[in-house]
Design a binder for this molecule. Structure first.
Ligand SMILES: [Zn+2]
Length: 331
C-alpha cells in the first residue's frame, strides 16, 4: 500500500533537499518510521519529511503565526540564541524556514534598539551642552568654551542636525567624543556583518566547501540572518557605551569618565566575536549535522577571519558614503 501524503509538497531531505519520492515509491508493503538520505547521509523521521510543520517550535519566532505571537516569542528566542548549541539543537534542519518572518523580526528589533541608542546619544550630548554652559566649567576649560557654548544653544536647526547625525552615523562619533570607543564599535560591527556574509559565501558559492557541507542554501540564509541580527543587538549596546560613559562622568563626576564602561564594552565586543564563531560552528555540527565537519570548520574559520572584516569594511564605507550624501541633501 502506498502511504498517504500531501500532494502539494515534494518530500525532500530536510538538510540537502534531495528528492525522496523515489524511495517512498519503492515502499510496497510497509512504511518505515526512520530513513536516511542517500545523498548526504542525514538520519530523519519520515513523518518530519512528509509534514515539516510537525516540528514547529512553540517558543521560536520563525514559527509565530501572528504579530502578537512574534512579540511573545521574542525573549524566549533571544534566550535560546544566547547559547548557540541550545538553539541549533532544537531548530536543526527539520523545522520550517520562514525567511520573511525572520527578516522582519531582525530588522524591527534592531531598528527599535537603534532608535533607543540614538536617543541615549542625543541625551548625553544635551547634558554635556548644559554642563559646559555652567560658569565653573567655563573657568576650567577656557579653550573649549566657544565650542561648547555653541552646543548648549537651543537652536532647533542645530538640534535637528544633531538628531540626523546620531541616526545617520552609527559608526563614527561625529561629535568627537570618546573616539577610541567609536573605533572599537566600528571594528566589531565589521566583524558582526562581514563574518556571517563570508560564511554565506563559503557555504553557498565556493564549490569545495559547498560539497563538504551538502546543504540547502535556505539553511545558510537562515543562519546568516540570525547571526547578523543577533550580533548587531550586542553591537548596539556597545554603541551607547560612549554616551553612558559620558553621562557617568557628568553625573557621578569621576575623573576617569569612561574607564569602567570602556572595559565592559570592549569585553562585550570580544564576546560578540566569540559568539559569532560559536554560532556558525554549532550550526555546522549541531544544527546541520555535517559529518565529517572538522575540515569545513577549519577552512571556513580561516577564510572568514581573513575575508570577513574586509567585507564588513567595504559595507561600512558604502554606508558612510550614503550617510554623507543624505546629510548633504538635507542641509
Ligand atoms: Zn540529504
Amino acid at each position: 500500500m502506498t502511504p498517504k501524503m500531501p500532494k502539494a509538497a515534494t518530500p525532500i531531505c530536510p538538510k540537502c533537499g534531495y528528492d525522496q519520492s523515489g524511495i517512498i515509491d519503492s515502499w510496497t508493503d510497509r512504511c518505515p518510521v526512520e530513513g536516511r538520505c542517500a545523498e548526504c547521509g542525514l538520519d530523519f523521521a519520515w513523518a518530519d519529511v512528509l509534514d515539516p510543520s510537525r516540528v514547529d517550535l512553540p517558543w521560536y519566532i520563525e514559527h509565530a503565526r501572528s504579530k502578537r505571537e512574534m512579540m511573545r516569542r521574542t525573549i524566549p528566542t533571544l534566550w535560546m540564541l544566547l547559547i548557540p548549541n541550545r538553539y541549533w539543537k532544537r531548530v536543526g534542519v527539520e523545522s520550517r524556514i520562514q525567511m520573511r518572518v525572520l527578516l522582519a523580526w531582525c530588522v524591527v528589533l534592531n531598528a527599535v534598539l537603534y532608535l533607543v541608542t540614538s536617543a541615549v546619544h542625543l541625551f548625553a550630548m544635551f547634558e554635556l551642552g548644559r554642563y559646559w554652559a555652567t560658569p565653573i566649567a567655563t573657568l576650567q576649560q577656557n579653550k573649549m568654551v566657544a565650542h561648547w557654548q555653541f552646543f548648549a544653544q537651543t537652536d532647533m536647526k542645530y538640534w535637528s542636525k544633531e538628531v540626523l547625525g546620531s541616526l545617520l552615523y552609527p559608526f563614527i562619533d561625529v561629535n568627537g567624543l570618546g573616539g577610541e570607543l567609536s573605533e572599537a564599535w566600528l571594528g566589531f560591527s565589521f566583524i558582526a556583518i562581514g563574518v556571517p556574509l563570508m560564511w554565506l559565501v563559503i557555504l553557498s558559492v565556493v564549490p569545495t566547501t559547498r560539497r563538504l557541507a551538502r546543504l540547502r542554501i535556505k539553511h545558510v540564509f537562515r543562519a546568516t540572518v540570525v547571526s547578523i541580527g543577533f550580533a548587531f543587538l550586542g553591537i548596539q549596546i556597545l554603541r551607547s557605551a560612549d554616551a553612558i560613559g559620558l553621562l557617568e562622568g557628568l553625573w557621578v563626576g569621576s575623573c576617569n569618565m569612561k574607564g569602567s564602561i570602556n572595559t565592559v564594552s570592549v569585553t562585550l565586543g570580544l564576546l560578540m566575536v566569540v559568539w559569532v564563531y560559536w554560532f556558525w560552528i554549532s550550526a555546522i555540527r549541531v544544527g546541520w549535522q555535517v559529518r565529517p565537519s572538522w575540515l569545513l570548520i577549519l577552512l571556513g574559520s580561516i577564510a572568514t577571519l581573513l575575508g570577513g572584516p574586509m567585507i564588513g569594511g567595504l559595507i561600512g564605507v558604502a554606508f558612510e558614503a550614503m550617510a554623507q550624501l543624505i546629510e548633504l541633501l538635507a542641509y
